[in-house]
Design a protein. Sequence first.
Length: 439
Amino acid sequence: MDQIASLYPEHISELNKRVANALEKESLTALVIHSGQAHRVFLDDQYYPFKVNPQFKAWLPLLDNPHCFLIVNGTNKPQLIFYRPVDFWHKITDIPDDFWTDSFDIKVMTKLEDLTVLLPKNLSQHAYIGEHTDYAQELGFQSTNPKTVIDYLHYHRASKTAYELACMRLSNKIAVKGHLAAKKAFFDGASEYEIQQQYLLATDQTENEQPYSAIVALNENSAILHYTKLERSLPAERLSFLIDAGANYNGYTSDITRTYSFEENIFSELIAAVDKAQLELISMMKPGVDYVDLHLAMHQKISQILLDFKIASGDLEGLIEQGITSVFLPHGLGHQLGLQVHDMGGFLSDELGSHRAAPAAHPFLRCTRTLAENQVLTMEPGLYIIDSLLNTLKNDKRKSQINWQVIDQLRPFGGIRIEDNVIVHADRIENMTRDFGLN
Ligand code: GLY
Ligand code: MN
Ligand code: MN
């Protein structure tokens, strides 16, 4: 039996424990978790790619089958209502026979009308967990996505089971293959579009199977934080390349970024400085450390880099307090990672759903949790030349602290981000990304 299969029963028993606790709080009997329904394009007969409910794929790696339901109560063997229509238009998902199937009582549903027969008769103490709440009410559910249950599950989801950690290592392993192929394509002279094709080929993914749309950016495009355009044509000059791309394994995602300079110059030195800062920040991680403090430590390191490269002048703390570091690095240090690229629960400070907001000066930080064993996080400092943000500095006294000549020199290179996926263990940090050979 392979490792994934051998770790899986313990994963299911942990999820059962969580469900039993969550149900007790709400005096509910069971959760009915819907895989989802495909969304149709407005005034069209085409459907958007199906994205399964993350609460559903937490239980089993069934990612492509709408209209399925899980019935879980924390005690009995979980039931899976598996939708398998008679349909000559589409490929029908086979009745599963895999490492996970023995963990479920599986009932096959060939017609949606049969659902009422397959669901429990009295749903008044059952909570529906899914997106289609109007449909759930038509089915007879009185409780849909109860906040206490969702908060409880999201809070505990931060602590990955051994099965989940094994899946996340494999999703890193796959993505690293893609990153190495993309790096080669960049140095071989490929366009953004061609680099993306090389990435997909090396990771054996279609575009829709990627956990998020990859950012494949040459030159100044790398300063656009969510750039997804994919230019077919080559830029006149090849200066720099940023790729932020992940992979999926059994529904678990990786989220990795690297930046390259075509030649050795000030930009390659800046990349090396951000890379060094990222590794130092990772070495500060351990259980009990506040992720917000790591984010603030990142601003100190970026401030030092701005001073070292004479991009800005002033004192280290002053550049942070005046918001100058945030102009060069507007996003957060990173986020929780797992079933979703921005895994839910980043602001929960306890299992009751208490919310801890990001500091007012750092509104885009997505995680305010205290690090604990078995959490998986991204660590992704960056440094970008973003004119729309730099322009705000031009209109006030901070203008004189910026070395606009160096800004002009760096602008064609765009920006830098270095992003790894790490596991917090009791006594060490595991950097899954670098462990698979991406440096
Ligand atoms: N790829 C999105 C992010 O890094 O958060
Ligand atoms: Mn990313
Ligand atoms: Mn990320």
